[in-house]
Design a protein around this ligand. Structure first.
Ligand SMILES: *[C@@H]1O[C@H](CO)[C@@H](O)[C@H](O)[C@H]1NC(C)=O
Ligand SMILES: *[C@@H]1O[C@H](CO)[C@@H](O)[C@H](O)[C@H]1NC(C)=O
Ligand SMILES: *[C@@H]1O[C@H](CO)[C@@H](O)[C@H](O)[C@H]1NC(C)=O
Ligand SMILES: *[C@@H]1O[C@H](CO)[C@@H](O)[C@H](O)[C@H]1NC(C)=O
Ligand SMILES: *[C@@H]1O[C@H](CO)[C@@H](O)[C@H](O)[C@H]1NC(C)=O
Ligand SMILES: *[C@@H]1O[C@H](CO)[C@@H](O)[C@H](O)[C@H]1NC(C)=O
Ligand SMILES: *[C@@H]1O[C@H](CO)[C@@H](O)[C@H](O)[C@H]1NC(C)=O
Ligand SMILES: *[C@@H]1O[C@H](CO)[C@@H](O)[C@H](O)[C@H]1NC(C)=O
Length: 602
């Protein structure tokens, strides 16, 4: 094929060279007929499709004119036509069977016109069409069977229309469609049913949509889909956990949306995924050990997000991981323990982050020659001595003195021991310094890590708080201060003495354990237990009030019954009421004839 066309092109060039322009048939006025059966009528102020083409035209360009309509069988006879360009006109109407007879047409462009509706049958006869561009029109709906004869269509460009609806069988017949682009539409839901007809679809791009949730099963039955691009959905903040189910993607982009977390559970089954781009989402953290199922992942892009942290083990299990693009985030560091193995890492975009140049980044600066920063060197933000310096500026002999850390040191090492009575609140402080600033963890006497919430909790300043101490809280608690350079620890002891008789009352509210009285200091004497909040008097009043309201309801009932009976013409003077006595029925339960009484109405 290639050789043949080169030879043919060569032949035409030679003919041209000798000034022998050959036109096998007519050439419409205002059009330029080139060799290779190419006719160009672009930008000639044409108001209608010109006529009089030779029947061997292969390529026809009528773009940039003022054509308004395309009539039925407008191009009949152009059996050889392979490419037709009607873009940039003002076409608002294409009649049914307009392209009938173009049995060799492979490419049809109707981009940037004023189509509002495409009647079913417009595209009939286009059996060979591979590429159709309908973008930048004003199409509102795709009706059922619009594309039904286009069995060879591979690419459909449908972006920048006013699409509000895609009918369920609109894509019926597009059995070979591989690529669909839906940029900017007014759809308010994902056209799941219509898409599910596209059995061969490998690449789907949906841009600029105002949907806030990607629902479960949104793309079901797109078994061949390998690349999904979702971008510029400013309201998209929820990716349902089964939304991508049924897909086997190798490339996924969800960028410029409103995601605040990485959609771990929706991604989990995408074990063939190689490329993941979540850039320009307000994601603050990549958590540890949650992406490990993406075994073949090679590239992760999360540029321009709000990343504060990438936790250790974030990319554990990703043995092929070679590119991380986290440019323009809020990261202060990137620890080596984040990766499965930094040996495979080739490209790292870490610029645009407020990096703290300490021992945690030593692995990066050591690899600064081998790693590809794509021309964007990471830059230190702190400590002050190296502020604004780029990684390539450092020499090997600088490193041991510059990229350093100071292991944590717990400052007040006096032994802390508290002997308290039940119900007391106790505080144990643990302050440490180090560089980077150490992270404080408390281990309970039962060897559990104490959480920041609950009755026993760690306060933001690292202090351990035990509220309403109970006897079983007694024991040794351990404070661990750790950073990348090491650990320091301190043990404290708590003894809680039980109070045999009166106990303090505490209750659990939404905010945790709440104390009825003021917080007591560690060494205060036995706490004043609060008495039971209701005394007998209150109970009597409450009961009486309940009974009174019951009585008044009954009274109102009777008044209504009276009014009703009066308003009716025929007055019934008795009413029979069946009832089931509650207490006596507990054993029997047959619920039959409980009781009955007759009442006389006034
Ligand atoms: C589609 O959305 C655009 C922008 O939001 C709006 O200007 C246009 O009127 C909408 N079209 C329809 C048919 O709703
Ligand atoms: C994005 O989410 C935030 C809250 O998470 C919300 O305040 C904001 O309005 C959302 N933006 C859009 C465009 O919906
Ligand atoms: C998923 O896609 C990969 C890569 O294209 C392919 O090798 C694999 O067979 C597919 N798996 C299924 C279940 O289709
Ligand atoms: C990383 O992200 C930035 C911003 O989106 C982009 O310009 C750059 O090309 C990306 N790098 C790679 C290797 O894709
Ligand atoms: C820690 O914070 C708590 C409450 O915010 C406070 O009572 C305590 O004194 C603080 N401890 C230290 C050591 O700063
Ligand atoms: C600090 O302690 C943790 C947990 O005990 C341990 O995993 C880590 O290796 C220690 N770090 C150093 C630098 O000793
Ligand atoms: C703790 O005990 C000391 C000495 O007995 C006393 O001076 C101090 O006021 C007590 N603290 C509180 C909060 O009761
Ligand atoms: C506990 O009970 C004793 C009497 O048994 C009483 O004197 C004391 O005030 C009570 N303490 C509290 C905290 O209620």
């Amino acid at each position: 094929m290639y050789v043949e066309s080169v030879v043919r092109w060569g032949a035409w060039s030679i003919l041209l060279y000798f000034g022998l322009v050959v036109s096998a048939g007519g050439c419409p006025p205002r059009c330029v007929c080139q060799p290779e059966a190419k006719v160009i009528c672009s930008g000639k102020h044409l108001n209608s499709v010109p006529e009089g083409f030779s029947s061997n035209v292969r390529c026809l360009d009528i773009s940039h004119n003022k054509i308004k309509t395309v009539g039925r069988r407008q191009f009949s006879g152009l059996l050889q036509l392979q490419e037709l360009d009607l873009s940039d006109n003002i076409i608002s109407m294409i009649e049914v069977e307009a392209f009938q007879g173009l049995q060799n047409l492979r490419m049809l462009r109707i981009k940037n016109n004023r189509l509002k509706i495409i009647p079913v049958g417009v595209f009939s006869g286009l059996f060979s069409l591979r590429f159709l561009d309908l973008s930048q029109n004003e199409i509102l709906v795709f009706l059922d069977y619009t594309f039904k004869e286009m069995v060879n269509l591979q690419t459909l460009e449908a972006g920048e229309n006013d699409l509000v609806f895609i009918s369920q069988r609109a894509f019926f017949g597009l059995q070979n469609l591989q690529e669909l682009n839906l940029d900017r539409s007014n759809l308010t839901f994902i056209p799941t049913e219509a898409l599910s007809q596209l059995q061969s679809l490998t690449c789907l791009r949906i841009l600029r949509l105002t949907i806030s949730t990607l629902p479960n099963n949104a793309f079901r039955r797109l078994h061949r889909l390998r690349s999904l691009l979702i971008a510029n959905w400013p309201a998209l903040d929820t990716i349902a956990s089964s939304s991508l189910i049924g897909l086997n993607l190798t490339s996924l982009v969800i960028s410029s949306c409103n995601l605040s977390v990485v959609p771990y559970s929706a991604l989990r089954h995408l074990v063939y995924l190689r490329f993941l781009d979540l850039s320009y989402n307000p994601i603050t953290v990549i958590q540890g050990n949650l992406l490990g199922d993406l075994l073949r992942l090679q590239e992760l892009h999360l540029a321009g997000g709000s990343l504060l942290r990438i936790e250790p083990g974030a990319f554990r299990g990703l043995a092929y991981f070679r590119l991380l693009n986290v440019t323009s985030n809020q990261l202060t560091t990137l620890e080596e323990s984040v990766f499965h193995s930094v040996g495979n890492l080739q490209v790292l975009r870490l610029d645009g982050n407020p990096l703290a140049c300490d021992c945690r980044l030593l692995w990066v600066v050591r690899r600064r020659v081998r790693l590809n920063f794509e021309g964007h060197q990471p830059t230190c933000s702190s400590p002050d001595a190296v502020r604004q310096r780029e990684f390539r500026d450092f020499s090997d002999k600088d490193l041991p003195t510059l990229f350093t850390c100071r292991p944590p040191h717990i400052m007040d090492r006096r032994s802390q021991e508290a002997r308290v009575e039940e119900g007391t609140t106790v505080l144990f402080s643990c302050k440490a310094d180090g560089d980077p600033f150490p992270f404080i963890t408390w281990i309970s006497s039962h060897k559990n890590v104490v959480s920041p919430t609950g009755r026993i909790r760690v306060l933001p300043n690292g202090t351990l708080e035990v509220r309403f101490a109970q006897v079983q809280d007694s024991g040794t608690y351990q404070c661990l201060a750790g950073n990348a350079a090491g650990n320091d620890s301190l043990a404290v002891k708590l003894y809680v003495k039980g109070l045999p008789h009166n106990r303090t009352i505490s209750f659990f509210s939404e905010e945790g354990w709440v104390e009825p009285s003021n917080t007591q200091a560690v060494n205060s004497s036995a706490q004043m237990a609060k008495p039971y909040p209701f005394d007998a008097k209150t109970l009597i009043i409450a009961t009486t009030m309940g009974f009174l309201s019951f009585l008044s309801s009954v009274a109102i009932c009777f008044v209504f019954m009276f009014l009703w009976s009066q308003s009716k013409g025929q007055i019934k003077h008795t009413a029979t009421i069946d009832f089931v006595p509650r207490s006596s029925m507990s054993g029997g339960g047959d619920g039959g004839d409980g009781g009955r009484f007759t009442m006389k109405l006034i």
